[in-house]
Write a protein that binds this ligand. Structure first.
Ligand SMILES: CC(C)(COP(=O)(O)OP(=O)(O)OC[C@H]1O[C@@H](n2cnc3c(N)ncnc32)[C@H](O)[C@@H]1OP(=O)(O)O)[C@@H](O)C(=O)NCCC(=O)NCCS
Length: 148
């Protein structure tokens, strides 16, 4: 595989991003939802490019000193190659030059994602019972503090 490039996502990336999300999580966002996120001023949506095609993405928002990661996913054939870690790093880098608490929720059974987040400095700070539906599941709340 050639180098992984992470860049700002553009409208042309939305169908590839939505497809990766569809293949990755139970209740995916629609293409329209991703397009909407791209248009939001305080949102950060980044695409990872591997071998010339979109192979992963991350999307989230920030307000004042708090940022939330809504979704991060890597296309199945590119997992365990560092794409997820690069996306997180680039997300932190894309936030304005201030101190931030970055938060997220993740399904309790999603050990791959929890492990990715822990490796990148997130800590478990709570549990939201039955937060997810289809299938019903608890959400682990995780946060990381960053200062630039
Ligand atoms: C979670 C996910 C984004 C990780 O992406 P990735 O590109 O494979 O991540 P990386 O290659 O950067 O992995 C970094 C670290 O995360 C952890 N990790 C990633 N996948 C793992 C797995 N299947 N099992 C255990 N740990 C895993 C490891 O610590 C890994 O480091 P290592 O490879 O040196 O051991 C990917 O598995 C995915 O898209 N899953 C489906 C979507 C999803 O669940 N998103 C999160 C929703 S909250």
């Amino acid at each position: 595989m050639s180098d992984i490039i992470v860049r700002k996502a553009v409208l042309e990336d939305v169908s590839a991003i939505a497809e990766i999300e569809r293949m990755s999580i139970p209740q995916p966002w629609s293409e329209a939802a991703f397009a909407n996120a791209l248009a939001q001023e305080n949102a950060v949506t980044l695409a990872a490019v591997c071998d010339g095609a979109v192979c992963g993405f991350i999307t989230g928002v920030y307000v004042l000193d708090s940022a939330d990661i809504y979704s991060v996913a890597t296309a199945e054939e590119y997992r365990r190659k560092g794409v997820g870690g690069k996306l997180l790093e680039a997300f932190f880098g894309a936030l304005p030059d201030e101190a931030f608490t970055v938060g997220l929720e993740v399904r309790e059974s999603n050990l791959a994602a929890i492990s990715l987040y822990e490796k990148n400095g997130f800590e478990r700070v709570g549990l939201r019972k039955n937060f997810y539906s289809d299938p019903k599941e608890n959400a682990v709340l995780m946060t990381k503090f960053i200062r630039k």
